[in-house]
Design a protein around this ligand. Structure first.
Ligand SMILES: Cc1cc2nc3c(=O)[nH]c(=O)nc-3n(C[C@H](O)[C@H](O)[C@H](O)COP(=O)(O)OP(=O)(O)OC[C@H]3O[C@@H](n4cnc5c(N)ncnc54)[C@H](O)[C@@H]3O)c2cc1C
Length: 507
């Protein structure tokens, strides 16, 4: 076999998940690792989504690492450029640069049963082997293009919100925006003043709450720098408020009626036309789809150069966009705010496990992973923000940090086992975890609220959201339960983890 670079851990992706994993590995004393990133810089979501108005919708002091507080966040909901700069800063501060290989897109990773390692190939021809893989390729990193007849033959400009063309001037153009998700509602108010005409193709109206955004004052920044515990307290408060809201999403969706009335007033303040208001009023329980935050979205839709086609886009005929209601709109440019491959992540078809099947094949009926991290038949492979780890109302960084705790303990357990060993999630443990999650899911607003959303897969199963508090997830991922794993040492030598530890101790 040709000589390849071998590392203990290969981390795939350099967004919050990948960089967080890298910091944590170093803190665990593991320096023999690489971060493989397909793009030319770090930042993940916050590198790719540079559309006008792009910002987080969780307050910045919570949407950042607990181990890397930033007293200088400029706004309560900071914009993309500042979040991207923060991640670059994390890469520098924690000395991650020597570990990062940019322009290394992983095309395939195969588990080698004989060598007990992963063989990773990249698009630029590198082959790297690794004892363990931490896949942090992101749930929202591969743009989803809608399957609309005629779209490919549209003579004008077409681009996805995550691939914004900054060289294309929208001034005076007839702009069509397809979709009304989190990205679209940030884009519309920014481009409406420039566009000659803006047509918004909406399939389902979102619930939009007021956005409590403001500049963070110099005094606050000074305080957080001089007395860091004040920043910690602020973060704690932001976290606690969101934890208290979880029960309404997961157990008592009826309590969300009050929140609906706030969202309705937010709309009523800006939309005076009853016909437009009817188009924009959702018919499902708030929270069923992601609750969006904006003070500018409704005022933009009320402007005279904006139309809302509430039936969605059904066909493109040349430069004519045909709504499902038969309406026709001429456009120069189509902006697709159509989301990402969430329940059909492309990376899954690039991971080939112990039985020679891909993760995508293993997940063809349903994505499932033990504690959101590991999959049966894929030894020493774990994912960050895996199945059922998403949140409806709080910061994904909390979930990522919980998964990093799990990763750290996983690496410790491999050390305890000594020598060349791998842990493979037991199918029974994965199944039991998934049944528990799905049982709790039954009462949640995401499953009962009367909407379809990107949280649900093609079979209508919610394989994306965590049906509990972030504290519960933190507890569930504090450490690896070896009873949930089989230890793989060599072909056909498979023992329970408990047996392996006993044997190890006896040596
Ligand atoms: C516009 C937008 C706004 C958001 N706002 C919020 C918010 O306010 N609050 C919140 O909690 N969450 C938000 N999210 C969700 C966000 O995705 C997560 O919070 C978090 O950034 C995910 O980090 P990640 O590292 O897991 O994934 P990503 O940031 O997506 O990073 C994945 C990385 O993996 C790389 N990659 C993918 N495939 C490969 C491959 N085959 N080989 C090598 N590299 C690969 C990608 O290039 C990317 O750099 C938002 C998402 C979007 C798109």
């Amino acid at each position: 076999m040709a000589q390849h670079e071998h590392v203990r851990v290969a981390v795939i992706g350099s967004g919050f998940g990948g960089l967080g994993a890298a910091v944590r590995l170093r803190r665990e004393g593991i320096t023999d690792f690489l971060v493989l990133e397909r793009a030319g810089s770090v930042g993940g979501t916050w590198r790719d989504n540079s559309y006008p108005g792009c910002a987080c919708d969780v307050p910045s002091h919570l949407y950042s690492f607990s181990f890397a507080p930033n007293p200088d966040w400029p706004r309560t909901f900071s914009g993309q450029q500042h979040i991207r700069a923060y991640l670059e800063h994390v890469a520098d501060t924690f000395g991650l640069r020597p570990h990062i290989r940019l322009d290394h897109e992983v095309t395939v990773m195969r588990w080698d049963n004989d060598e007990l390692h992963w063989v990773i190939e990249t698009a630029n021809g590198a082959t790297i082997t690794a004892d363990a893989v931490v896949s942090a390729t992101g749930p929202l990193s591969d743009p989803k293009l809608p399957d609309i007849p005629g779209l490919a033959d549209f003579p004008g400009k077409v681009f996805h919100s995550a691939q914004w063309d900054h060289d294309y001037d929208l001034s005076g153009k007839r702009v069509a925006v397809v979709g009304t998700g989190a990205s679209a509602i940030q884009i519309v108010p920014e481009i409406q003043p420039k566009a000659g005409r803006l047509t918004l193709f909406q399939r389902t109206p979102p619930w939009v709450m007021p956005r409590m955004d403001r500049a963070i004052s110099g005094a606050e920044k000074w305080l957080h720098r001089a007395l860091p515990f004040t920043a910690t307290a602020r973060r704690g408060l932001l976290w606690g408020i969101r934890e208290l809201q979880v029960g309404a999403f997961t157990k008592h969706p009826n309590q969300l009626g009050l929140v609906e009335s706030i969202a309705k007033s937010n709309m009523a303040r800006a939309i005076k036309d009853p016909a437009l208001r009817a188009k924009l009023t959702p018919s499902y329980r708030i929270g069923c789809k992601r609750i969006l935050l904006s003070n500018a979205y409704y005022p933009a839709l009320a402007q005279p150069n904006v139309d809302v086609v509430a039936s969605g886009l059904s066909e493109v005929r040349g430069s004519t966009l045909v709504g499902s209601d038969g309406s026709e709109t001429e456009a120069d440019v189509i902006i697709l705010g159509t989301g990402f491959h969430v329940t059909d992540m492309p990376i899954a078809s690039r991971v080939v496990g112990a039985d020679g099947i891909t993760l995508a094949e293993s997940w063809k009926d349903e994505m499932q992973a033990l504690r959101g991290a590991t999959a049966a038949g894929f030894p020493n492979w774990m994912t960050i923000i895996g199945p059922n780890t998403g949140l409806g109302n709080s910061s994904m960084i909390l979930m990522i940090e919980s998964q990093l705790n799990y990763m750290a303990d996983y690496m410790r357990q491999l050390d305890v086992l000594g020598g060349r060993a791998a842990l493979d999630a037991r199918p029974s443990a994965v199944g039991a975890w998934n049944r528990r999650v799905q049982e709790r899911m039954k009462r949640t607003v995401w499953n009962t609220g009367g909407c379809t959303s990107w949280y649900l897969d093609a079979n209508g199963r919610n394989t994306t959201v965590w049906p509990g508090t972030t504290a519960e997830f933190r507890r569930a991922t504090r450490s690896v339960d070896l009873g949930e794993y089989e230890v793989v040492r060599a072909p056909a030598t498979t023992r329970t983890a408990a047996q392996a530890v006993t044997e190890e101790a006896a040596r």
